[in-house]
Write a protein of this length. Structure first.
Length: 443
């Protein structure tokens, strides 16, 4: 039994190493030399999942129109799963406008009874934070029940892995119960951008909505992220910037989820609760300029590169196997950093026993700059190592008989045999004595 437990403990060790391989590498603590206006920030490199900077990333705030990211991805996935074309025309129901009366909400001027395609509603939603577009989509997907759609939003948030997010409506109008965090919004956005249609919509600068039964002429919706336009953005225009979503609250505070791409790699930034729109754009501009000017994406170790070796038992052909990097190791490093300055911390499994297949996970390497982990990679066997059956059987017997319980039982058995033999010897001695007395005394 103990042998079985040890075997499963070994498997557990391997499983732990495997699980760690699919987690983002621990982030280095990159420090900014400027102040930010936003109350919460989460800034991550999308190529390595390195967290470049975070501030109050798990504090809850009202998301405002950042909610539209979830509304869009739930709509897109529902349509795809149910074979619904984005060219499908939806009629705007009258009741959805009631909650907007007198609030001055942002819209795409979709009116009661207007027949609009799903794709046009999605562009109005993501580019212009159109509240009516959100509710029309929610009504359609929820079969006339917006609450059903909101339930789908919360289910998706849980599936994605958020823990501090809760939705109560599809458009982002303030509700004390509707909350999110900078970290959760980063998770949601990273999930959403895996959908090509979402990314295309969310990064479009302007979009022409075609004529409808209400509007006789086409009309344009413009992305509310001013960083995308030199005309609207002015000093905040930033060529590498891409979409994705702005958010505003009744108190005037602003939030922004955006991406930027330059030199072949990408960053995602979430800022929440800046005092005004320009402050939100200013924060994003500073963060992106800092990252692209101060750091570069470097390949530190190539896939297949030999990193270490580990002793192997139960093989008669070789007593070790080389360990190679499972994949390319890339890291965001301060520009000018020599790769030799990185410290390699290698953790291997406790016991590598044949048979070992090429590619088996046997360890993990972390690369540190100072005390910060900047990258990590799984280490796998470079070749197959066969097992010697006689060494294996000997090992099984050795492990069985050297178990503490078996040793204790052997000792007890030995003591029992000693007692038994002593008793037998004593009985024989007693019989001899009785026999002698009979011969001597006749009794």
């Amino acid at each position: 039994m103990k042998f079985v437990k040890k075997f499963f403990a070994f498997l557990l060790c391997v499983c732990i190493l495997f699980v760690s391989s699919v987690q983002p590498a621990a982030a280095a603590s990159y420090k900014i030399n400027f102040s930010l206006n936003s109350e919460a920030v989460y800034f991550v490199n999308l190529d390595t999942q390195t967290v470049m900077y975070e501030q109050n990333a798990n504090a809850q705030f009202s998301p405002g129109a950042l909610v539209d990211i979830m509304t869009a991805i739930v709509t897109l996935e529902y349509c795809e799963a149910n074979g619904i074309s984005l060219e499908t025309t939806v009629t705007a129901p009258s009741y959805i406008y009631d909650e907007f009366d007198g609030l001055g909400v942002t819209t795409a001027d979709v009116r009661r009874g207007e027949e609009v395609r799903i794709i046009d509603l999605l562009y109005g939603l993501m580019l212009q934070s159109a509240c009516e577009a959100a509710s029309i989509l929610a009504d359609y997907i929820g079969n006339g029940q917006i609450s059903t759609f909101v339930g789908m939003m919360n289910a998706k948030a849980k599936e994605i892995g958020t823990t501090n997010t809760y939705f109560t409506n599809p458009h982002g109008l303030t509700d004390p119960k509707q909350v999110t965090t900078a970290y959760d919004m980063a998770l949601i956005t990273q999930y959403a951008i895996k959908n090509e249609q979402f990314t295309q919509i969310a990064t479009t600068v302007s979009y022409q909505m075609p004529a409808t039964n209400i509007h006789s002429e086409p009309r344009y919706v413009i992305h509310s992220n001013y960083m995308l336009s030199s005309v609207r953005g002015g000093e905040y225009y930033y060529k590498p910037a891409k979409g994705i979503k702005t958010g505003a609250l009744a108190d005037g505070s602003r939030s922004l989820v955006s991406m930027a791409e330059s030199d072949g790699y990408r960053y995602l930034l979430v800022t929440i609760s800046a005092p005004d729109r320009n402050a939100s754009f200013a924060d994003a501009l500073r963060m992106y300029q800092w990252a692209f000017s101060s750091f570069s994406l470097e390949t530190i170790v190539k896939a297949g590169e030999t990193v270490d070796e580990i002793p192997v038992t139960l093989s008669s052909k070789q007593d070790y196997v080389h360990l190679i990097a499972k994949e390319d190791v890339m890291a965001i490093l301060p520009k000018g950093t020599d790769a030799s300055a990185l410290k390699r911390v290698i953790k291997l499994v406790d016991d590598a026993r044949a048979p070992i297949e090429k590619g088996d996970l046997l360890g993990r390497m972390e690369l540190k700059l100072a005390d910060d982990v900047v990258a990590s990679v799984d280490l796998v066997a470079s070749e197959t190592v066969s097992r010697n059956i006689f060494l294996y059987m000997g090992d099984v017997l050795w492990r069985f008989f050297t178990q503490p319980l078996i040793l204790v039982l052997c000792v007890l058995l030995g003591l029992l045999l000693v007692v038994l033999f002593s008793w037998i010897a004593q009985m024989r001695k007693n019989r001899r004595r009785r026999a002698e007395r009979v011969r001597k005394f006749g009794k």
